[in-house]
Design a protein around this ligand. Structure first.
Ligand code: FCB
Length: 400
């Protein structure tokens, strides 16, 4: 049996840099031009122009929510100079989502920042929180009827990307995608806690402004890694989990919701997270096929935040065989439903991702419910889209 509360949100997620194309004023765009081994985002999948078609596909399938981001680098391409036209563009996206019956879940920062912000020293610069504050203040002018706002996506990954960029600049390391483990079979470095604390400050600052100026529920979205201990390494687990995840979950206490983002699990031993062993069942990003990770993740987030309501803002799988995507998602939703039955409050499930897109330095990992021809930009819905739409229309009953 699966059971989901009335009014449950069923949707899919995206991020601006991964789908829009030509995000030329961003730090990611700049890095792509100069970093060996990093694929270019280029036109991405041109969702900047095709967002209505994308939203319509989701709505027609039966989904009732869409998570997308607004791009700081477009809205404030030069410090202090805000583009009214770009704000109007994102306002049109919100209006379009509403008109199509999709509740907009809007992310304000999803990995990419304006290039000038990175040049100033990114999140470690003294000015960073003020810079973010003025962007968020400007953004509130278009958010009046948005139900959920995510301030910063995966601050724990963002703090890790910070550590990585620093070691690349000092010539110590090579480029490694934050989400593609197969790159090196190495474990990603731990997030820099100094950056983490700064991000928490930025999040709380943004939360205050959003609470004053909008009616939105406010939260941030954390990469939940469903870490478990190898026998005898419980202590290391607690330490590693704090550094990589719990610091960020604790900062969500007092928020309206916590965004849970879960894909797989990972074991921890004396050296930290253990790389996933090669296995034919592994996903295209090198992680193990573990749909149960979602249940572990929501229960852990619920415990650490002390009962902050949960919105699953990302869950999905990079795979070519779409029947495996349906299989994974179906199992993940059963685990989610049993956490709900045990008393965890969950308000919605947003699948990653709506479309195959630019996976932070790579094009091969396909997470989408919709495939895209990158020459013509033609959208081709996969069977998993209709399947998830049916789950949404029946509020989960079709899973039973
Ligand atoms: C998450 C990111 C998202 C996407 C998925 C696969 O870490 O938030 O942009 O890359 O992983």
């Amino acid at each position: 049996m699966t059971d989901f509360p009335n009014g449950f949100l069923w949707g899919a997620s995206t991020a601006p840099h991964q789908i829009e194309g030509n995000n030329v004023n961003s730090d990611w765009w700049a890095n792509e031009q100069v970093t060996p081994g990093m694929a270019l985002s280029g036109d991405a999948i041109d969702s900047y122009h095709r967002y209505e078609e994308d939203m319509r596909l989701l709505a027609d399938a039966g989904l009732n929510a869409y998570r997308f981001g607004i791009e700081w680098a477009r809205i404030e391409p030069i410090p202090g100079q805000f583009s009214k036209a770009e704000l109007a563009h994102y306002r049109r996206m919100i209006t379009t989502a509403r008109r199509l019956g999709l509740s907009p879940v809007v992310t304000l920062h999803h990995f990419s920042s304006p290039k000038w912000f990175a040049d100033e020293g990114s999140w470690l610069a003294e000015s960073s929180v003020d810079r973010f504050r003025s962007f968020v203040t400007e953004a509130t002018t278009i958010l009046e009827d948005v139900d959920f706002v995510c301030t910063i996506n995966e601050p724990n990954m963002l703090a890790m990307i910070g550590s990585m960029m620093k070691s690349m600049e000092s010539g110590e390391g090579d480029w490694q995608s934050p989400t593609v483990e197969g790159d090196t079979q190495m474990v990603l470095p731990a997030p820099d806690p100094e950056v983490g604390r700064r991000l928490a400050e930025a999040h709380h600052t943004a939360r205050d402004i959003l609470k004053q100026r909008t009616n939105a529920a406010v939260g941030w979205t954390v990469a939940n890694q469903a870490l478990t201990a190898k026998p005898e390494f419980e202590d290391v687990l607690i330490e590693q989990r704090y550094l990589r995840e719990d610091l960020y979950l604790e900062a969500a206490r007092g928020d309206d919701f916590i965004g849970v983002q879960s894909y797989s699990t990972q074991e921890v031993d004396a050296n930290g997270p253990v790389p996933h062993a090669p296995n034919p069942d592994n996903t295209l990003v090198g992680t193990a096929f573990r749909p149960d990770s979602l249940g572990i993740a929501v229960r852990h987030a619920w415990d650490v935040t002390g009962g902050v309501p949960i919105l699953v803002t990302e869950n999905g799988i990079a795979i070519t065989d779409d029947t495996r995507r349906i299989d994974y998602t179906s199992q993940a939703l059963h685990h989610l439903s049993s956490a709900i039955a045990d008393g965890v409050r969950v308000e919605g499930y947003l699948h990653w991702s709506a479309l195959d897109n630019y996976e932070w330095g790579h094009w091969e990992p396909t997470f989408g419910l919709i495939a895209v021809d990158r020459e013509t930009f033609e959208r081709r819905p996969k069977p998993s889209l209709a399947w998830l739409g049916e789950v949404a229309r029946t509020n989960g009953l079709s899973l039973s």
